[in-house]
Design a protein around this ligand. Structure first.
Ligand SMILES: [Zn+2]
Length: 264
């Protein structure tokens, strides 16, 4: 149950903005807030329903922003959007039973908590799992090493990384990359924008990881044997192939660069 009813939220926005607010709630995962002020000074606002759970200071900041009628999104609101769980219609919630973190060689749970603590102060809450193996014998042309599914809030790691010859620092770097995605604001237009690359390069293993990846393409593209399927509790896992790409641009770029593993 959300903390506020739509009527509560509207009243609070009106009291913070000191304007009449016509509020429409949306389930739009890309655009969290839009508003305009009509000639009579009334604010017509479209707000993502996640704001029904927003803490008071966030609602205050949103209302004051609406009163101003323009300008940059306030930090409090930006932060909230960044971390808000988005429930879109038709999106299955992630169930604990479908998460498989124990690999044969790499323990995702351990790597995840280390990277989260070291680089994000524990701020990442997206669950992580090994993805499912591709059908045996299928030719691998392009391999996504990791994926962040924004709608489900789930990080999926390619089981090709669960090999003895893949060093832990490399797996950890891919986890770091996906965590950066998990923290991007929902209204980000280009997932691999300049800001993203700057953040990625801040990682001390950035250069080492890129070098390693270049030198070990064949290892990463090798069909993953059945034996390396992580021992895990039963439960269906969404096949990695059906995870939607982060953006149309990313998908198109991937198709044009065959035979390359890639982080997404
Ligand atoms: Zn990416």
């Amino acid at each position: 149950m959300p903390a506020l009813t739509p009527a509560d939220l509207q009243l609070r926005l009106e009291s913070a903005s000191r304007r009449r607010v016509e509020l429409a709630l949306t389930r739009n995962a890309r655009r969290f807030v839009s508003f305009r002020t009509d000639p009579l000074g009334r604010v017509k606002a479209r707000v993502q329903e996640a704001f029904l759970d927003a803490p008071e200071p966030v609602v205050e900041a949103l209302g004051r922003w609406m009163a101003k009628g323009r300008g940059r999104c306030p930090d409090a609101v930006r932060e909230f959007i960044r971390s808000a769980p988005v429930r879109e219609p038709g999106t299955r919630p992630v169930r604990a039973a479908e998460l498989r973190t124990a690999g044969r060689f790499h323990d995702l749970a351990a790597i995840y908590s280390r990277v989260n603590a070291e680089f994000f102060g524990g701020a990442v809450s997206a669950p992580i799992t090994w993805g499912r193996l591709a059908r045996p014998g299928r030719k691998v042309r392009h391999r996504r090493l990791g994926a962040y599914n924004r709608r489900r809030g789930l990080i999926t790691m390619n089981p090709a990384l669960d090999q003895a010859d893949v060093p832990e620092f490399f797996v950890a770097f891919v986890v770091y990359h996906e965590m950066l995605h998990a923290l991007q604001p929902a209204d980000t237009r280009h997932w691999h924008d300049r800001e993203f690359h700057v953040a990625e390069r801040r990682h001390p293993d950035w250069g080492r990881s890129r070098d390693w990846e270049k030198r070990n393409l064949s290892l990463l593209m090798r069909p993953v044997r059945r034996e390396s399927r992580p021992s895990a509790p039963a439960g269906p896992v969404k096949p990695a192939a059906s995870i939607p790409p982060e953006g149309k641009g990313a998908a198109a770029g991937a198709a044009q660069r065959p035979f390359q593993p890639a982080l997404f």
